[in-house]
Design a protein around this ligand. Structure first.
Ligand SMILES: *Cc1c(COP(=O)(O)O)cnc(C)c1O
Length: 365
């Protein structure tokens, strides 16, 4: 069965060998404070920077999941509140977790048919400021939360918006959930402060590891906040990674597999080209097909890595039947879109033949 599920998703086929190697090389019993682990960690961090073009002044730490990052960010980087702007279920979940940490957390839910641009962000932030009765601009100790790629509905935030928001809010930190886009597209690191992802989507790896990338401004804020209260407070995570260690026994196997996969991957610019070419073929196939429709109407909001397709419930049943017969598993619609949409992962681990097969199905459905 070929899985086009959006997570957990298809893993790189080389994992069969990498897992065997891990067993033979004693990775599964490796001491996480030992020299060998430190070397592996150092190499993995260097590979991440090199392959994903992460700026040298940014810091990388590991967590267990994107969900954990949802908590770490409000906990360790903000004083009173975070500001959430989203149009789907993952963005909303982040807000829910954050609002359990800070009561004053603010949110706005946009419709899937809206374009997320600077104006939308400004209107929301100005509104919350006025309601808070503040005379001065937005509290400079706070943080704006955005979902770079909304996996639930196949929408993304355009690069132009990312740049505009960064340039207009120079005092606030800006955090991006890029769980289903990191390692699939080239992220504009310099226009954001916190970028994080789990590895079971675009990295083509099994779940249980998350990568968090932090700007120098985020590190400065973290030091200023000085939060050490939690097992996953960012400051001890940061201090440990300086020594190529972690606060607790990490997912050593996950880190090893990440290192092995990164070694064989091309630079992200090359991967992005492939992903975008494939996305275009999928989108064109859907647009040309009268029985199918794209869930995201504005072209600039359409994700490169998750394709969400709308159809009738009857057509959906037929689509599932056809794909299953072809040995393909597609992703179900999420949440309110369960009955009339399906999702296709456009993740790099899927190979040429698989992508061509899927494109043909969309074309001739
Ligand atoms: C999958 C996903 C998550 C959750 O990842 P976990 O590893 O299960 O915590 C969070 N955000 C987005 C955008 C996702 O796609």
């Amino acid at each position: 069965m070929i899985t086009f599920n959006v997570g957990p998703s298809k893993v790189y086929p080389e994992l069969e060998i990498f897992l065997q190697n891990a067993y033979n090389e004693g990775i599964l019993s490796m001491a996480h404070r030992g020299v060998a682990f430190g070397e592996m960690m150092k190499k993995t961090l260097a590979l991440l920077s090199q392959k994903l073009n992460i700026p040298p002044n940014y810091t990388i730490v590991f967590a267990s999941s994107a969900t954990e990052c949802w908590e770490i960010i409000p906990q360790s980087l903000t004083q009173e509140r975070t500001y959430h702007i989203f149009n789907g279920a993952f963005g909303e979940k982040w807000w829910k977790y954050a609002s359990n940490i800070h009561l004053k957390t603010e949110k706005i839910a946009l419709d899937i048919s809206e374009i997320l641009n600077l104006e939308k962000v400004q209107t929301f932030l100005t509104f919350t400021e006025r309601r808070g009765g503040k005379i001065q601009v937005l509290d400079e100790h706070e943080l704006i939360c955005l979902t770079h790629n909304e996996t639930s509905n196949g929408s993304k935030i355009p690069n132009k918006t990312i740049e505009d928001v960064f340039n207009n809010y120079p005092k606030q930190l800006i955090a991006y959930d890029c769980t289903s886009s990191m390692a699939g597209v080239a992220l504009p690191w310099n226009f954001g402060d916190v970028w994080y992802a789990s590895v079971q989507k675009c990295f083509g790896l099994p779940a249980g590891l998350a990568i968090m990338v932090l700007s120098p401004r985020a590190i400065a804020r973290m030091k200023e906040r000085n939060d050490r209260k939690h097992y996953n407070s960012l400051l001890p995570m940061y201090e440990n990674i300086q020594k190529y260690q972690t606060t607790h026994t990490p997912n050593v196997l996950g880190i090893y597999l990440l290192m092995r996969v990164l070694e064989k991957l091309p630079n992200i610019v090359e991967t992005e080209q492939m992903v975008q070419t494939r996305a275009k073929a999928y989108y064109n196939a859907v647009i040309a097909n009268k029985r199918l429709e794209l869930l995201v109407s504005h072209q600039e909001m359409r994700s490169d890595t998750v394709i969400a397709i709308k159809t009738t419930p009857e057509n959906l049943t037929e689509m599932k039947y056809i794909t299953k017969k072809e040995g393909i598993e597609i992703g179900n619609g999420y949440d309110i879109w369960k009955e009339n949409t399906f999702r296709i992962a456009n993740f790099p681990a899927l190979d040429v033949e698989e992508v061509e097969k899927m494109t043909r199905i969309l074309q001739f459905f």
